[in-house]
Write a protein that binds this ligand. Structure first.
Ligand code: GLY
Ligand code: MN
Length: 369
């Protein structure tokens, strides 16, 4: 009961921050389609629902009979639940008509053009305004329960990683390692992988996102393992690069460069800096070492209810001013085509001028298996 009360207090704080943004847009309500967003504001985890949130903080959750019991069990606080029988747009329209609204925000990224058209036709007296990443802005800064869930997701991911290390031997397929990790996430208390686990070995380690394949591990391989489990809906994201047998000396060199770059990036992950500051701290170092052209992707992204937060076009990480209790990755890499690659990724909690690295797997030396 106490836990539900704590959750409700936090949900009410989240609602109040979102309604402030709705009012700023001079709107009376918002229709929320993104599952992560309505989960954040209700704690309901089912799919295919919509939430109408008014600027006064009233919540109308449209779901269907499959989820009736689940909503009762999961969603604390005052919430009007509507069980949909017809199509989503007729049902949403019924609620909107009762509420006597003038201007309603909808999430541009989650409503298709034809769905938008339907809403316009069904509600000729309403003004719809497209918004982008409105709830996401609030989600960027994590509250106590969210940070606890992220810590647990990271812990489960780290334990599972340690457990697969003895399997890393010549002749074992990349996909076998990935499948075992995915299995261990659940066995160790998580909800399963939060993206397609990456195990990319040998030449394939130069593919920044080389999803695990049938390739067998070989002596001399660098192996990029990028993994993360959900816990209670929250996503961890960690990468370690390990070596099998004796690897080329240039691989040791780029490992050290990526590591030093990552440490510089983490050091810059402080309140007041932007994601661009974190990016350039790492990137400039890699450039100065002569490998700039081999680090093509961004330095990181937020994590939370989604594996990639803070990296949408409207809200890119590099433009984000870092605030206390944001959690994001720092993940530089160097990828040498047809040779191999290295990435090191950790999850960092912003805390004043002292970033807290939540993923604490060793990295100071290349783990040689
Ligand atoms: N770790 C996977 C990603 O960041 O896309
Ligand atoms: Mn990542």
């Amino acid at each position: 009961m106490e836990k539900q009360q704590e959750l409700l207090t936090l949900i009410n704080q989240r609602i109040s921050k979102v309604t402030d943004l709705i009012k700023k847009q001079n709107a009376d309500a918002m229709i929320i389609f993104n599952q992560a967003n309505y989960r954040y504001l209700t704690n309901f985890t089912g799919e295919e629902a919509q939430l109408i949130l008014t600027s006064d903080g009233e919540r109308y959750l449209l779901s269907d009979s499959r989820f009736a019991g689940q909503i009762k069990a999961q969603a604390p606080g005052e919430l009007t639940v509507i069980m949909k029988h017809g199509n989503d747009y007729d049902e949403i329209t019924k609620v909107l008509k009762k509420l006597n609204l003038r201007r309603v925000l909808i999430e541009g990224e989650f409503v298709s053009a034809s769905e938008y058209q339907k809403l316009l036709v069904l509600n000729p007296d309403l003004e719809f305004k497209m918004c982008e990443e409105l709830v996401e802005r609030v989600r960027n800064v994590k509250d106590k329960l969210e940070i606890a869930a992220l810590r647990k997701a990271i812990e489960i991911s780290m334990i599972s990683f340690k457990e697969i290390l003895p399997m890393i031997k010549p002749g074992v397929k990349e996909r076998t390692i990935a499948a075992k990790l995915d299995y261990l996430f659940k066995v160790n208390g998580g909800d399963g992988p939060d993206f397609d686990t990456i195990v990319a070995s040998g030449v394939r380690s130069s593919w920044a996102h080389g999803v695990a394949s049938d390739k067998e591990l070989e002596d001399g391989d660098m192996i990029v393992i990028d993994f993360g489990s959900f816990y209670n809906g929250y996503a961890a994201d960690i990468t370690r690069t390990v070596s099998l047998g004796k690897v080329d000396s240039q691989m040791h060199q780029i490992y050290d460069i990526v590591l030093a770059a990552q440490k510089r990036g983490i050091k810059s992950a402080i309140v007041g800096n932007t994601g661009a500051d974190v990016d350039s701290a790492a990137r400039n170092y890699i450039k100065n070492q002569g490998y700039g052209e081999y680090f093509g992707h961004g330095i990181g992204h937020g994590i939370g209810l989604e594996i990639h937060e803070l990296c949408q076009p409207a809200l890119p990480f590099r433009k984000q001013k870092l605030e206390n209790n944001m959690v994001h990755t720092v993940e530089p890499g160097i990828y040498l085509p047809n040779k191999g690659g290295v990435r090191i990724e950790d999850d960092v909690l912003i805390s004043g001028k002292s970033p807290v690295v939540l993923s604490t797997l060793p990295k100071d030396e290349i783990l040689s298996l």
